[in-house]
Design a binder for this molecule. Structure first.
Ligand code: ATP
Ligand code: MG
Length: 228
């Protein structure tokens, strides 16, 4: 199917965002469209605004101006935002944000609890996803006792628990060594290619950006599509 036939999952139109009462202008009139199954790199230097844009897409922050639509919902509306975060999208943070003294399995159950999935269905999904990402042997371990790569795999699993259509990943390989980073990136790549999940990945590493379907350069508050 060509790009035009794929469902649009996120639209950003003329969005502006600044901090500190307008003194730090981070995004100036940016626009972006993300379609089902594509992997889009937000590539830019530290401080360029990659996380800011992901936070706006994920309803973790609100724009000053402009339009946003994510999975047919408006992240600025409270009811839409709840639905979006519980059911439509998964967010993977640079530092995983798991609950350290719970086990891997307990962490994975949290999103399912939030939407009231029956326990038996949750158990089956936890097992299936853990096997998929290679952490099934760690399900009973506490997060504080597992490796950085295993934590990031757990975080990806948690983001997938409620079967999102869109995955927002904020430098998920940033704290990992090269080989572990490659493996985690490969997993995200596979989710986009095989499962049709749209992935928006913030990264400052060119090699990861180049392995995505599209590269969107974030610089001076603007987005620029780069053709590889
Ligand atoms: N809550 C905030 N209050 C004030 N300034 C902020 C806030 N969040 C981000 N900023 C500033 O906005 C700019 C963009 O930050 P952002 O975190 O989006 O960059 P980034 O591209 O994700 O950087 P990195 O690669 O280091 O994660 C930076 O100058 C940052 O200091
Ligand atoms: Mg960031």
């Amino acid at each position: 199917m060509n790009d035009r036939g794929r469902e649009v999952l996120a639209t950003v139109r003329h969005v502006e965002k600044s901090y500190d009462g307008g003194r730090i202008a981070v995004l100036r009139d940016v626009s972006l469209t993300v379609r089902a199954g594509e992997m889009v790199a937000l590539w830019g230097a530290s401080g360029s605004g990659k996380s800011t844009l992901l936070h706006l897409l994920g309803g973790l922050d609100v724009p000053d101006r402009g339009e946003l639509q994510v999975c047919g919902l408006d992240p600025r509306r409270e009811t839409d935002c709840l639905r979006l975060r519980r059911r439509e999208l998964g967010f993977v943070f640079q530092l995983h944000n798991l609950i350290a003294d719970l086990t891997v399995e307990e962490n994975l159950r949290v999103p399912a609890l939030a939407i009231g999935t029956p326990t038996t269905a949750t158990a089956a999904r936890v097992r299936a996803l853990a096997e998929r990402v290679g952490i099934a042997h760690r399900l009973g371990h506490r997060v504080q006792d597992i490796s950085g790569g295993e934590r990031q795999r757990t975080a990806i699993c948690r983001a997938l628990m409620n079967a999102p259509r869109l995955l927002l990943a904020d430098e998920p390989t940033g704290s990992l060594d090269e080989a572990t980073g490659e493996a985690v990136f490969g997993l995200l790549r596979e989710l986009a290619a095989r499962d049709g999940i749209a992935v928006v990945l913030a990264t400052h590493e060119r090699r990861f950006a180049e392995a995505c379907d599209r590269i969107v350069r974030v610089r001076d508050g603007q987005l620029q599509e780069i053709t590889a």
